[in-house]
Design a protein around this ligand. Sequence first.
Ligand SMILES: Nc1ncnc2c1ncn2[C@@H]1O[C@H](COP(=O)(O)OP(=O)(O)OP(=O)(O)O)[C@@H](O)[C@H]1O
Ligand SMILES: [Mg+2]
Length: 315
Amino acid sequence: MTAHAIEVDGLVKLFHPRGRPPLRAVDHLSFAVRPGSIFGLLGPNGAGKTTTLRVLTTLTRPTEGTARVAGFDVVASPLEVRRRIAVVIQQQAADLLLTVRDNLASYGRFHGLSGATLQARSARAIEQFGLEECAASKVQDLSGGFRRRVQVAKALMVSTPVLFLDEFSTGMDPLLKRSVMALLREESRAGRTIVLTTQVLTEAEELCDDILIINRGRQVARGDLHALKLLSGGVYELTLTFDEVPAGLAAEVAALGPLRMETTRTTLQVSLKEDEQQVLALVSRLAARGTVRRVEVSGASLEDVFVELTSLEEA
Ligand SMILES: Nc1ncnc2c1ncn2[C@@H]1O[C@H](COP(=O)(O)OP(=O)(O)OP(=O)(O)O)[C@@H](O)[C@H]1O
Ligand SMILES: [Mg+2]
């Protein structure tokens, strides 16, 4: 057995779109995931996140390189891998023709649950995910948000050592999302390894112990939140609140080439990569332009780091 829950070495996945050059969706990725950690795979649209998860969950074969999940090679032993994982992946549906309850039951049985345990786990999942009223409905008759609930309920009902979630929160209302995040933390504390992708960086910021940022199939950065923020040292987020943002101010700030900028009638929010002195000088210059009600300066958020690192790569 291996010490890592997941080991990926030199992974490449090529696609061959008709009439176009081959596309490197995953381009020599290597990483390992500690058992019991929550690992976030982040990157812009098309970065290769879903493709990576599809390889790790045996849905597609790698072109080159190796991947081991729970100690088993995804190509040599796909069934062994499948027994040890639960997957919530983009576009993968529950069994549409079965009812919600039967979906949970058949999934639980595949993972070795039966009898009273299966009953209890299924009842708990139905309750946790607010599926009481649609438990007897076929999944094909549910809304998108409820289908997602069924998928996540299934994954959390079983106790496979590894759990993969591809943008799990898409279409979930904020209350449910909160409770799912709490459940994920509990699972991780109990030793389950979780690999997730998300576009909602505050989610990753709250959940992930370890983060890999990829772009165009390649690693851009890797580390825990603290390390990533250091990596992107010198990013400041500045919020100025005015009675009314002075005319021309937004254009002036945009000329400084901020990483991000948002304005409303009364606020100007901007992320800049500058040294601290310059940021402070800027604040006082901007403040002199109008009646400032409030000034906030804070260090980088994961979103700032993400934007900075992935746009560096573009250049
Ligand atoms: N079956 C396929 N055939 C051809 N190209 C594909 C296929 N699946 C994915 N791709 C391409 O591979 C690249 C990576 O796609 P992937 O779905 O892994 O990205 P992603 O990071 O999950 O993006 P998103 O944030 O939009 O979900 C994209 O350029 C995509 O168009
Ligand atoms: Mg995707």
